[in-house]
Design a binder for this molecule. Structure first.
Ligand SMILES: Cc1cc2nc3c(=O)[nH]c(=O)nc-3n(C[C@H](O)[C@H](O)[C@H](O)COP(=O)(O)OP(=O)(O)OC[C@H]3O[C@@H](n4cnc5c(N)ncnc54)[C@H](O)[C@@H]3O)c2cc1C
Length: 458
């Protein structure tokens, strides 16, 4: 049977785009989910790399005919095991479909799903525009970013992926190719299936193309690191920034010990040594004057809010180094990590969440580094390995953090998604009827449960 499927796939995409040798498929089995929580992948898989939506369609028709599961795969940078093939089947990699066309007049990129985040940033830049969002690892692909509704540090001004997407080309699990939306900015025809697909983690169809809203390039930017002696003060200032009418590109919370450690690993020096609790604020404006106005207002606020002397980075190099250190925190922690949580709470409740994390650290005598998108109330909490760790203890810790987030009116994942590893927690956040509706929708899109069959639902 396997041989027959390989031959049929070869007849659709060409023999060079079908990979079935065990050593050759290895690089497609896992994503960036920490090893202690990620599921075991099946190595009995065939990787297929279509070159068009029509080829994707024929692959799905074939998979339905033989009842073979299909695992859509983007850049493999996901953190919830959502693209891992947990049973034998076909891995559908979009990597060959990576063209991007920029329509400058409509400020719109038309991107194939396999183009990476880096490709999109570069294409926008080349056209004199920008894609200011930085919703994931730069090797993430457009299809994966949309399927995960990724967010990232710079989602404050423009919103998460969902707010930038205006149209999708989608191949349904049964093989039909449909188009949802396009270059129009307003569209009120019928139910909005496009937004249903965004964030569906590869369970409702294969995204093959997207229309993505771009922005004008900002004329001036500055990155400000604001130190505080008290964590409360650092987090209390966040809503106040917005109340004053300052809308930064990013407001990130970090702790000095951690960023200094990451910096020294990268051979870089963290620029602010004066206190433990720090905010990174990125201001990005359309003119130098507007930047100065926002900066003045922010510095005034710092003065009256218990902050120590802020560090203002204005050169590209200084700003890039701060961002690089912030972006590499995950990679540096990963070898000693059991899990990364990305709970999300109303921004003003962040302080209560962090207090609970600290209490748990003391009670369990563990180290749980915390940082994250303070402006969005979306915090990354890391469960680190410690001597004598047991799965049960980590489950208790995770449960306690999820319970607190929910009690505060928040949710268990703000951007990484449910994927495989958080399926058992779905019922914590959603009532039974809501889950039933979601399952019914999955059945309508995918009657034979062909694509990503074991993801999202418990
Ligand atoms: C260092 C690092 C930093 C990160 N930072 C952030 C961050 O700031 N914010 C954030 O939100 N995430 C972040 N992530 C997570 C990750 O980058 C995002 O979740 C990203 O959206 C995953 O994209 P991918 O192409 O790698 O998808 P994959 O990991 O390959 O797949 C993810 C999901 O998308 C599905 N999928 C992929 N392509 C398609 C397609 N064409 N059609 C349908 N379904 C598809 C898969 O089946 C799977 O369900 C980070 C990850 C790392 C390693």
């Amino acid at each position: 049977m396997r041989e027959k499927i390989v031959r049929e796939l070869e007849s659709i995409v060409g023999a060079e785009w079908v990979v079935s040798a065990e050593e050759a498929v290895e690089g497609y089995l896992y994503d960036e989910t920490p090893i202690p929580v990620r599921p075991e992948a099946s190595s009995d898989v065939i990787v297929v790399k279509p070159g068009s939506a029509e080829e994707v369609s024929r692959i799905l028709v074939l998979a339905n005919k033989h009842g073979v599961p299909v695992f859509p795969r983007g850049g493999g940078t996901g953190l919830a095991g959502a693209c891992i093939p947990t049973v034998s089947g076909i891995i559908l990699s979009l990597e060959r479909m990576n063209k991007i066309i920029v329509d400058v007049d409509n400020l719109m990129a038309e991107a194939e799903a396999g183009a990476t985040l880096r490709d999109l940033i570069d294409a926008a830049d080349k056209a004199g525009l920008s894609f200011p969002l930085h919703p994931g690892d730069e090797g993430a692909q457009i299809g994966g970013l949309i399927a995960c509704n990724a967010g990232g540090a710079r989602a404050i001004k423009t919103g998460v992926m969902r707010s930038c997407i205006k149209g999708l080309e989608l191949v349904l699990p049964t093989g039909e190719i449909i188009r949802l939306g396009g270059k129009v900015l307003k569209n009120n025809v019928g139910y909005d299936l496009m937004h249903l697909v965004i964030g569906s983690e590869g369970t409702l169809g294969i995204i093959t193309r997207a229309w993505i809203r771009l922005q004008p390039r900002s004329a001036a930017s500055a990155t400000i690191v604001i130190p505080f002696e008290r964590r409360e003060d650092a987090l209390k200032i966040v809503p106040e920034i917005f109340r004053r009418g300052i809308i930064p590109l990013a407001v990130e919370y970090v702790e000095r010990v951690l960023v200094e450690r990451v910096g020294s690993n990268l051979g870089l020096k963290w620029p602010c040594t004066s206190a433990e609790y720090q905010l990174i604020v990125i201001l990005s404006e359309n003119s130098e004057d507007a930047l100065l106005g926002a900066l003045e207002s922010l510095l005034e606020l710092c003065n009256s809010s218990g902050a120590l002397e802020p560090v203002v980075a204005e050169t590209r190099k200084e700003q890039d180094e701060i961002l690089r250190i912030r972006s590499e925190i995950y990679s540096i922690l990963k070898p000693d990590m059991v899990d990364i949580l990305d709970v999300s709470v109303p921004p003003a409740s962040l302080i209560d969440l962090i207090r609970t994390v600290n209490e748990l650290e003391i009670r369990y005598r563990v180290y749980m580094p915390v940082y994250g998108h303070a402006g969005d109330g979306n915090l990354h909490i890391h469960l680190m390995k410690w001597d004598g760790w047991t799965k049960e203890k980590y489950d208790e810790l995770r449960d306690a953090i999820y319970a607190k987030a929910i009690e505060l009116g928040g949710t268990i994942t703000g951007e990484h998604g449910i994927g495989f590893i958080r399926r058992k927690y779905l019922e914590r956040v959603l009532d039974r009827r809501t889950i039933e509706l979601m399952r019914a929708i999955k059945r309508i899109f995918d009657p034979n449960n062909i694509i990503n069959p074991d993801k999202v639902f418990p």
